[in-house]
Design a protein around this ligand. Structure first.
Ligand code: ADP
Ligand code: ZN
Length: 601
């Protein structure tokens, strides 16, 4: 029997385990149950795949992501692992073949849709087979408190009674404390070994900037940093996703819209293009994302502000699953805040629900307006300590300048107070800057002591002051639809002159790190990189699989820097196991040699 480490090296082509894979694998191999909370991209799959290979029998993986099963199984078969799946996409004959294989002991891993567990046929099948383990993927789906509850998952409660000697491992990337407890209760995992790893995604660079000319800002960002990468652009409205996709297409990008208003066929087609190709941009509403398991998404853009930090983190988390550098890029402005606040006020829910939503939005705004490390603040929100500034967010890379805005804020707040908390930003700025408009005469605001006191700042600077006062909850936005600003309790000490306040100086968004293509380190020869991508494309086409199933970007980058010349050297690359060495070694070695020859002549 091979050991876990041997399998890691020879089958998967990785040199060592990541924390805490080894401990999880040891627990499951020795027959214990386990509960695993690890961030996306952390390496959860190996935690059940390797035990399934070490233990006798077949490992059963329960997953709600039916659309992905085919790709997951193909990727495993590429490694020489005997994997199959059973779900509603199979016809009766293919399903029968899979069942036979299971009963004959010819399978290492079987992916199963949760609704199958309700069928007596499946129960009988599983009872007559030798099973090495149950892996319950996306385990948060069993929790009614969590946001992806699936009733089929409730069936999983019975596994423990029906298969008492088969170890179960439950895995998830998104579960707050309450959801974790519910998973453990429902699945009967009180005695399971528990592994809770932090939420941090170190390879994602978080950047949040100010919206001034969104299309041009987006274009600059894409051209400078991700000219040929796959990514997701999130917008608030369906209309905007279509317009933005159309516009990006005119600018030469391969962009597709995605929202719940498109037909199922179009959505499926766009999603398939995104998964299979390497440089498709999907411009989407939040309808896009659940189960998007594409490892090489290099950027996630937010053109509109998400409503909560949770959604921001989940959406940006779709970038960089392969561990290579990726960017989470967002721009926002005062209008976003006003629009969201009004949407929430006019929504159906109870007052309590609305208050909770406002509360969550405030946290999101807080994240936008802070001048310290974004990652520290994000992780803190999820209850985690991150001791030092991260060095990989815009606050760390390009520290925001602040200015003493005490005087300006007092002027702004007093303009709000003296006009009776009934006016929106534009009029308030006119008052401060002493503009003699018709509205001014109508309400006699030219007679106020605040009229014209603020000529030292221009319109944009005043907008920035108001945005930050709203963002930091000194002001609230009126519910009735005109966007009138109102004073909040916490501005009193400021108005009375008892405290000072520093605000962020709004800068035009700078390019933080200029790169031709994101994942490329400087020493990589772009010609060789392109040649290897081409080689990978050819192989993928031949096999009918997405390119990343052949090799991840990180393996290609290693080829570019280590320049292997022999089979032995090739076998040392991360992600090259025995099977892939045999299958692809020659093709890539030839491509490397050819590119080197060309460079030399
Ligand atoms: P998760 O399911 O937690 O989101 P995956 O299991 O898909 O993450 O793993 C994420 C990536 O990390 C995959 O590309 C996987 O091959 C890689 N990976 C996992 N474990 C290791 C390891 N020990 N060494 C190198 N790469 C690893
Ligand atoms: Zn930081």
């Amino acid at each position: 029997m091979s050991t876990a480490l041997q399998i890691l090296q020879t089958t998967f082509g990785f040199t060592h385990f990541r924390e805490p894979q080894q401990a999880i694998i040891e627990a499951v191999v020795s027959g214990n149950d386990a509960f695993v909370l690890m961030p996306t991209g952390g390496g959860k799959s190996l935690c059940y795949q390797i035990p399934a290979l070490v233990r006798p029998g077949c490992g059963v993986v329960i997953s709600p992501l039916i659309a992905l099963m085919q790709d997951q199984v193909t990727a495993l078969q590429q490694l020489g692992i005997r994997a199959s799946f059973l779900n509603s996409t199979l016809d009766a004959q293919s399903a029968a073949a899979v069942e036979d294989a299971l009963l004959n002991g010819e399978l290492d891993l079987l992916y199963l849709a949760p609704e199958r567990l309700n069928q007596t046929r499946t129960s009988a099948l599983l009872e007559s087979a030798t099973l090495s383990l149950f892996a319950i993927d996306e385990a948060h789906c069993v929790s009614q408190w969590g946001h992806d509850f699936r009733s089929d998952y409730l069936q999983l409660e019975q596994l423990q009674q029906r298969f008492p000697s088969v170890p179960r491992v439950a895995l998830t990337a998104t579960a707050d404390a309450r959801t974790q407890q519910e998973i453990i209760d429902r699945l009967g995992l009180e005695h399971a070994a528990q592994f809770v790893v932090g939420f941090d995604r170190p390879n994602i660079q978080y950047r949040i900037g100010l919206k001034n000319n969104p299309r041009q800002q987006l274009l600059r960002f894409l051209k400078d940093e991700h000219p040929q990468d796959a990514g997701i652009v999130y917008c608030l409205s369906r209309k905007k996703t279509e317009e933005t996709a159309q516009w990006l297409t005119e600018q030469g990008f391969d962009a597709l819209p995605y929202h719940a208003g498109l037909s199922a066929e179009i959505r499926a087609a766009h999603q398939a293009r995104f998964l299979r190709d390497e440089n498709v941009i999907v411009v989407a509403t939040i309808a896009f994302g659940m189960g998007i398991d594409k490892p090489d998404v290099r950027f996630v853009v937010h053109l509109d502000l998400p409503k909560t930090v949770e959604s921001y983190y989940q959406e940006t988390g779709r970038a960089g699953r392969d561990g290579a550098p990726a960017t989470a890029w967002m721009i926002y402005g005062l209008q976003d805040v006003i629009k969201l606040r009004q949407m929430m006020q006019s929504s159906q829910g109870s007052e309590q629900h609305k208050r909770l939503e406002q509360h969550r939005l405030n946290a999101m705004l807080g994240l936008c307006e802070i001048t310290s490390c974004r990652r520290q603040s994000l992780l803190h929100y999820f209850g985690e300590d991150y001791p030092q500034p991260c060095g990989n967010c815009d606050s760390c890379l390009d520290p925001a300048k602040t200015w003493d805005a005490t005087e300006a804020c007092r002027m702004a707040l007093s303009a709000v107070a003296r006009t009776g908390e009934r006016f929106g930003v534009n009029h308030l700025i006119d008052v401060l800057r002493g503009k003699e408009t018709e509205k001014m005469w109508q309400f006699e605001h030219h007679l106020l002591p605040t009229f014209g006191v603020g000529t030292a700042l221009d319109n944009n600077q005043w907008r920035s002051v108001f945005r930050q006062l709203v963002g930091r909850s000194y002001l609230s936005v009126d519910m009735e639809g005109y966007g009138a600003l109102k004073l909040q309790e916490q501005c009193r000490p400021l108005l009375r002159g008892e405290v000072a306040i520093a605000l962020r100086v709004d800068q035009k968004q700078k390019v933080v790190k200029r790169q031709t293509k994101t994942p490329l380190p400087e020493e990589v020869d772009v010609g060789l990189w392109e040649a290897l991508r081409e080689c990978r494309r050819e192989q993928a086409e031949e096999q009918g699989v997405p390119p990343y199933v052949i090799f991840h970007d990180s393996t290609l980058i290693e080829m570019c820097t280590l320049l292997p010349q022999t089979h032995d050297e090739f076998a040392n690359l991360t992600g090259v196991g025995e099977r892939k060495l045999l299958k692809y070694g020659d093709a890539f070695l030839v491509a490397i040699r050819r590119a080197q020859d060309e460079a030399a002549t």
